[in-house]
Ligand binder design. Structure first.
Ligand SMILES: [Zn+2]
Length: 256
């Protein structure tokens, strides 16, 4: 029986040495979602696979597989975009690696989600052109959470349903996936309130046109509050911290 060859564009998520000459590559593909495949002889055959398996590169792959959940056999892989404008810049490279890591963590194998694919595509182009700002990072997180089915409830109190009003303060509850107003939250003294401005900014960033994101500058307090909400929530949903986030934040602190 001959296996059918399938074709798709795909981002490289990660790449593992499998044997002396083979690599196991994980992709995020447009047509098949997250996909794991073996590139036979990849370390020897420079002609067939010439430096294509670098994280966050966009590629065209042709592969075949026995069953939908089986390891794919990568027949060929060609670069569409290597994002050299990102790779020339350490900070941008770390942000792109974080995006890829998040897309990897939030998506199960074999579940197609074109919105996630397009999100990666849009934000890598944006990152190549613009500075790596806090707004870009936080808005990517908001959108990824949403497309993966984990959008936090930020437009109303999850207990009394009252809409967010300017000048008020809120508290975020990762376990419950949303915010509570000060009256419902009955916060302990150590709990950090979040301003209505932070909540509104995140809501705005979730749908904002991609070209307008470069115009958004988060104040220090806005940046800190929105980071705390989203990172806390992501760690809660995943049940662990995302390593590439720590690396990105440490390096940014050191150099910037
Ligand atoms: Zn309330």
């Amino acid at each position: 029986m001959t296996k059918e060859s399938l074709k798709t564009s795909a981002f490289i998520l990660r790449c593992l040495n499998y044997s002396e000459s083979d690599l196991i590559v994980t992709f995020y593909s447009r047509n098949f979602g997250k996909l794991k495949g073996i590139a036979k002889g990849a370390k020897r055959s420079k002609k067939r696979f010439a430096n294509v398996f670098e994280p966050f590169s966009l590629t065209n792959i042709i592969f075949s597989r026995k069953k939908t959940d089986a390891l794919a056999f990568i027949e060929s892989c060609e670069i569409i975009d290597h994002y050299s404008d990102i790779r020339q810049d350490l900070e941008k490279t770390l942000v792109a690696s974080y995006f890829i890591d998040l897309a990897d963590h939030f998506n199960p194998e074999g579940k197609k989600n074109i919105k996630v694919f397009e999100l990666l595509q849009d934000f890598l182009i944006l990152l190549g052109r613009e500075n790596a700002t806090d707004a870009i990072v936080r808005f990517f997180e908001m959108r990824l959470l949403r497309f993966a089915g984990y959008e936090p409830a930020l437009d109303h109190c999850i207990r009394c349903n009252a809409c967010v009003t300017n000048g008020s303060f809120y508290y975020f509850y990762p376990q419950e996936g949303g915010i509570k107003c000060a009256a419902c939250a009955r916060p302990e003294r150590y709990e950090q309130p979040i301003s209505a401005g932070t909540v509104r900014t995140l809501l705005l960033g979730k749908d904002m046109e991609i070209d307008k994101i470069k115009l958004v500058a988060l104040s220090d307090s806005l940046a800190t509050e929105s980071r705390d909400i989203l990172i806390g929530f992501i760690a809660y949903v995943l049940g662990r911290e995302v390593k590439s986030l720590k690396v990105m934040e440490q390096i940014r602190k050191m150099y910037l």
